[in-house]
Design a protein around this ligand. Structure first.
Ligand code: SF4
Length: 368
């Protein structure tokens, strides 16, 4: 079926699909903490967390976050470092920083009220089409369709849509389809029903068509072409970078530096490091990076470990070295802040996921 054919589906069929989805959702939805509330702030927090992270990971973070920042006023009053610490390990830290800025803005100018209008809510930092549709439809029952990977997969199979789902332009195409299909009487439940169907039944591999509430109307199922959908274009392999990280010890304290708030992993703390040039040994690269980024002369003592970490658009392989401080003062035009901290104080600072791959073994070493 061509993309445009979705718009030609008879009204009775659309109504039947909507009804089947919403009643399946009310009987089969997972019990999740954010489904017990209509509080727009709570729903906003959950949707921001869920945007790049799996449900099972989000549950404990969501509970912890709302214990620490139970309403928008608590979040607005918090220090950004406490917000990042609470978010630590969840990744994509711009989500936390933007949520914090948005909360401050709403408390300062709107008495802490979460806007229920698209134009108003959508202009807040960190609020894109997806978050706006999620919060407005679930908390306020506004008729905005949500589109994520699950939704694209379900609709591409249901209507045999040939638009590649991993092309950025596909968002608009699927948003139009989801808008046509949206149940305007129950937009929140309809949106969640499609996503829940994608998560539990219409899975990427081995969809459970035999128990699917919309199999009667599913083109891919009827035509035995499920494996052809969703259509994807081949992506190029993500690049892999060689890095070094230096744990500099001085008087049993370690040097940690803070990343600029703007940009990737903004506001988080890390051990100094940087890229390894081709032909350069890992230990020389480590000493050079330390000299260049923080202006200290060090002796490389030993290699602690090698870690691998994947980000969205690239991967790193980093050699982590134990280094002894020799000389120099941390340069003031380097990182935005630095601290010399005892091993036991490391847990007070938010670190990126890559660092959590070696901090435990570092602590083990220094605590014995
Ligand atoms: S019938 Fe199968 S392929 Fe079609 S929507 Fe249901 S689970 Fe997905």
């Amino acid at each position: 079926m061509e993309k445009s054919s979705v718009f030609e589906i008879p009204t009775e069929e659309k109504m039947a699909v909507r009804k089947a989805l919403v009643s399946w959702f009310s009987a089969n939805q997972r019990v999740l903490p954010w489904r017990k509330t209509k509080d727009p702030y709570h729903i906003w927090v959950s949707e921001i967390m869920l945007q790049q992270t799996q449900v099972v990971t989000v549950i404990s973070y969501y509970k912890r976050f709302l214990t620490q920042f139970p309403d928008i006023f608590h979040l607005a009053a918090a220090d950004v470092q406490d917000v990042l610490k609470c978010w630590e390990g969840l990744g994509y830290y711009a989500r936390a920083r933007n949520l914090h800025i948005a909360a401050r803005r709403l408390v300062a100018h709107e008495q802490g009220r979460v806007p229920s209008e698209w134009a108003h809510f959508r202009q807040l930092p960190g609020v894109g089409d997806y978050i706006a549709a999620a919060v407005l439809s679930i908390a306020f029952e506004k008729p905005h369709p949500m589109v994520d990977g699950n939704v694209k997969r379900v609709f591409s199979r249901l209507f045999e849509i040939n638009t590649p789902v991993n092309r950025s332009a596909s968002y608009k195409a699927f948003q139009a389809v989801a808008g046509v299909m949206l149940d305007r009487k129950a937009p929140g439940n309809f949106n969640q029903a499609v996503m829940e169907l994608g998560a539990l039944v219409c899975k990427p591999r081995n969809p459970k068509c035999e128990v699917c509430p919309v199999s009667n109307w599913c083109r891919a199922f009827a035509n035995d072409r499920i494996s052809k959908y969703p259509v994807r274009i081949k992506k190029t392999r993500v690049p892999e970078y060689r890095m070094t990280i230096g744990v500099i010890a001085k008087d049993r304290k370690f040097l940690i530096v803070q990343r600029p708030y703007e940009g990737m992993l903004g506001g988080l703390w890390e051990f100094p490091g940087g890229a390894r040039h081709s032909g350069e040994s890992a230990s020389s690269a480590c000493a050079r990076n330390i000299e260049q980024t923080v202006g200290l002369a060090v002796t490389i003592d030993s290699r602690l470990t090698r870690i691998r970490h994947a980000y969205t658009h690239f991967k790193i392989i980093a050699d982590v070295f134990l280094c002894r401080y020799n000389d120099g003062r941390v340069r003031r035009n380097g990182p935005i802040a630095h601290r010399w901290v005892l091993p036991k104080a490391l847990s007070r600072y938010p670190f990126p996921g890559s660092h959590h791959k070696f901090i435990p073994s570092l602590l083990e070493m220094y605590e014995t």
